[in-house]
Design a protein around this ligand. Structure first.
Ligand code: MGD
Ligand code: MGD
Ligand code: MO
Length: 764
């Protein structure tokens, strides 16, 4: 049982006295953010985009809007915007002056003819579709790859798939649940005033900074709203973020040591008998073994490993044993080879204390009408039949667990496949939404650039030229913005309560830009001309596609059309509490969880089956001083990377002047004591170096990091450096310093921090 309802009766467009039209719509990408659906009021006068404001009708942000959306007009009218399809001879890859404008027809002819040529030569899997983080394009990745191109080579090149998928996998295996999130009353009309909701006493914020990231379908605004209603915080973060500074307890751990801390918190709850016996008895599996394992990590041991006071571990664990308490678990739980163990032990705390699917607890994801929680079909996959192809998807031979996790290639092995052609050659690259050499999704990006450089055909779709396209592509298609095309955005595919929204075309696309959806359908008509459009109307046109898409979600009334949703702008989506008691999680309709035993699996039968330890354990970061004492003297510091900034979304927004004014270059946070020791002042350029590479950052001298930690920005390139090689992409490329394929046993989780380095002042 879920409810979809219209959020606001306000009209989706109003006209001001001077003729300005004010459209209400939601944003996703491009340009990017996660699939949160910020509410926009877009002011258009005489066909010109005048300004963008927050929409007070948006039920979660209530008119608040981030600085990136506010600069949409600057982006929209940017002189560097790609406006027409362009081609370039393969032999000129990397050269800016060799692009030539072509028509859409010519572009499609080239793509289709390369498609036929290369698939005849190498088979369908030679076609690869590359997406990065959750952007609108990623919503079409599997469809484009699997159904239009008939290939299995969907690529997300993030080492150890270190974004969301490890967390999602742990949710599947431990909790038998789709994506879980904190209960922020997201589905209720009266939000926090709904009598069914309870304000959590504590929120455990782990490796996440939602105020700046609005990550994975979550509006960080709600964390602050709940703090205003009395919720307190326990924050686990090596940096004193704003949330950490407002926390009752800030566990400022040594980067990468998270699993030890989480296990020790469980140990306190178990040893002090603070757990919910009834819940554990009725709804969980393997408690005894789990308890024994967690208790091998005493708070004193964890204090030593993690560099936090033992008494804070005790205190935090005791506070979290109350009801209701909730959790906000973020990216840094993924970016670690120890990831599945971290996630297992962190959510274990909430399972132990019965804080699952209760008001103000950890909201379980709806699974009843979504595919299997333990199979790879559980994670947004489109291939319906079992894969009977004797050749494995790239990397699934080395990491067979990937077959159960997600329908992309294993990211790290993809580099090997690109280099060796084993198990099949990848020669057709469709770079849909990933700027993978610009200190972003790949580790050691120079190796990826080299591996791709000689591929037979490379194309990209984007809104601006960037280093990856400049370096590699033979063809580029210009993309329309969210406000220039129709689309749809839901939070977590409606697995969580919250929103169900229209992305509306409110202004004509610049130049000849088209949306990912339009391009996908155009290509489908050319590649699959025999498709029966009467039987599968969604392939006809964007409207039919979007209309079919919204009806794929549970409980969308037959008579609600995509046009209705555009009228509404926002739909609201409710999911009941205690789904496990109501029999709403399991396919058989019985009470319990969607796991093989029907219970929360403290002892994971799935991990066991896949050859992994069924219980959480701690693994020391592989390149720390403890693991590599021989490096300690040469590389006395360690870096972490990737903390989000409001002024950019990964590699995007680097060309937006007003955002660059706020953050002009790649920065490195460094403690004042360390800065003084190395003779570094605020704003100095500093080299960060380790055995894998070297990159340059501007020092931000701040006590928010400990003396042995520096924190480096990622995603930098310099669009203004038009004469430099690939927009000076190697200058501040922290990912060059991160080792490739140092990942967890099942192929998930990689080092994005906890890496050794030395620093020294650079010339300006
Ligand atoms: N050092 C370090 N590296 C990291 C991280 C970190 O924390 N530290 N984080 C990692 C994580 S979690 C992720 S998810 C990856 C992200 O990595 P990527 O997703 O590869 O991010 P970008 O490099 O910004 O590439 C996005 C490109 O797609 C374009 N784009 C945006 N929206 C759309 C759209 O809707 N359609 C199309 N066709 N194109 C679009 C943008 O203009 C941009 O050029 O980076 C990873 N890299
Ligand atoms: N503005 C903006 N928003 C974004 C993005 C962006 O590029 N810009 N990227 C999007 C993407 S793809 C993602 S995945 C999400 C991620 O969003 P979140 O999950 O919120 O992750 P981050 O914002 O990277 O915050 C991670 C926090 O973890 C801390 N941290 C660093 N190392 C460790 C460690 O070893 N252990 C622990 N416990 N904490 C550590 C950092 O100091 C930081 O405060 O953000 C999304 N939103
Ligand atoms: Mo991500």
């Amino acid at each position: 049982m879920s409810l979809l309802s219209r959020v606001s009766e306000a009209p989706n467009m109003t006209e001001l006295e001077d003729g300005t039209k004010v459209f209400r719509t939601t944003q996703w990408s491009p340009p990017g953010c996660h699939d949160v659906a910020c509410g926009l009021r877009v002011f258009v006068k005489d066909g010109k985009l005048v300004k963008v404001e927050g929409d007070p009708e948006q039920p979660i942000t209530n008119g608040r809007l981030c600085v990136r959306c506010l600069t949409l007009p600057e982006y929209y009218y940017h002189p560097d915007r790609l406006l027409y399809p362009m081609k370039r001879d393969r032999k000129y890859r990397g050269q800016a002056d060799k692009w030539e404008r072509i028509s859409w027809d010519e572009a499609y002819d080239i793509i289709v003819s390369e498609y036929h040529r290369l698939t005849e030569k190498y088979g369908y899997d030679t076609v690869s579709v590359w997406c990065g983080t959750g952007r609108e394009a990623s919503g079409y990745q599997f469809q484009l790859c699997n159904e239009v191109f008939h290939s299995r080579t969907a690529i997300h090149a993030n080492g150890g798939w270190s974004c969301v998928i490890p967390r999602q996998t742990a949710m599947d295996w431990l909790l038998g649940s789709a994506y879980v999130e904190y209960d922020g009353a997201f589905g209720f009309e009266d939000r926090y005033d709904d009598p069914r909701w309870e304000c959590p006493k504590y929120m455990l914020v782990w490796g996440r900074n939602p105020l700046w990231s609005n990550p994975d379908g979550l509006f960080g605004h709600s964390t602050v709203d709940m703090m205003k209603r009395g919720m307190k915080l326990i924050v686990v973060d090596p940096r004193a973020s704003w949330l950490a500074m407002h926390a009752e307890i800030h566990l400022q751990l040594r980067p990468g040591t998270d699993a030890a801390l989480a296990m020790a918190m469980n140990a306190v709850i178990i040893n002090e008998d603070l757990y919910d016996h009834e819940f554990v008895e009725c709804w969980t599996y393997g408690f005894e073994e789990y308890a024994e394992r967690c208790c091998t990590m005493t708070p004193e041991m964890a204090a030593e490993i993690c560099d936090v006071p033992a008494e804070d571990i005790y205190r935090a664990a005791r506070l979290l044993a109350q009801k209701p308490c909730t959790a906000s678990v973020g990216l840094k739980a993924d970016q670690n080879p120890n990831t599945l163990q971290i996630c297992h032990a962190v959510w274990g705390i909430f399972a132990l204390c019965g804080n699952l699917d209760n008001p103000g607890g950890v909201k379980l994801g709806q699974t009843m009408k979504t595919a299997g929680a333990t199979g790879r079909k559980g994670v947004g996959c489109q291939i319906e039949e079992e894969d009977t192809n004797p050749i494995p998807i790239a990397g699934h031979d080395q990491y067979p667990a990937m077959d159960f996790i997600i329908n992309t290639t294993q990211p790290d092995c993809t580099l090997d496949t690109l280099l060796t052609g084993i198990p099949y050659p990848i020669e057709f690259l469709y770079i849909q939404s990933s700027n993978f050499i610009s200190s972003c999704i790949t580790q050691q990006p120079k190796r990826w650039l080299e591996a791709c450089r000689h591929k037979e055909f490379i194309m990209a779709t984007d809104i601006m030229m960037n280093p990856t396209i400049q370096g590699l592509a033979d063809l580029v298609l210009p993309l329309s913005f969210a406000i220039e095309h129709d689309g749809f955005v839901s939070l977590h595919g409606c697995n969580q309560p919250g929103q169900f929204n229209a992305i509306r075309k409110v202004i004509e696309p610049a130049g000849e830009c088209k949306s990912d959806l339009e391009i996908m359908l155009d290509l489908d008509h050319r590649i699959n001309p025999d498709r029966d459009l009467e039987a599968e109307p969604k392939w006809k046109d964007p409207y039919n596609y979007l209309n079919a898409k919204i009806h794929n979600f549970p409980d969308v009334p037959e008579d609600v059309t995509y046009a209705d949703l555009c009228e509404w702008v926002y739909g609201r989506y409710e999911i009941p509490y205690y789904q496990y008691k109501l029999g709403l999680l399991r396919a058989d309709g019985q009470p319990g969880f969607k796991s093989p035993t029907g219970r929360v699996e403290f002892w994971s039968t799935v991990k066991n089956k896949l050859g992994e330890d069924p219980l959480p354990y701690y693994e020391e970061p592989r390149f720390s001083k403890i693991s590599r004492p021989e490096w300690a003297e040469k590389y006395p510091l360690q870096f972490t990377t990737g903390a989000r900034r409001p002024t950019s979304f990964h590699t995007e927004h680097r060309m937006i002047d007003s955002l660059r004014e706020i953050r002009p270059a790649a920065m490195m946070e460094i403690n004042p004591v360390t800065a003084e020791k190395y003779g570094i002042s605020q704003g100095d350029w500093v080299y960060v170096e380790n055995p894998w590479g070297r990159a340059k950052f501007k020092a931000d001298v701040t006590p928010i990091v400990k003396e042995y930690v520096v924190n480096c920005d990622h995603g930098w390139w310099y669009p203004e450096a038009k004469d430099a090689e690939l927009f000076d992409v190697w200058k501040s490329n922290i990912n060059e310093l991160m080792p490739h394929k140092e990942i967890g046993k099942l192929g998930l989780g990689s080092h994005y921090g906890a890496l050794p380095c030395k620093i020294y002042r650079a010339e300006d």
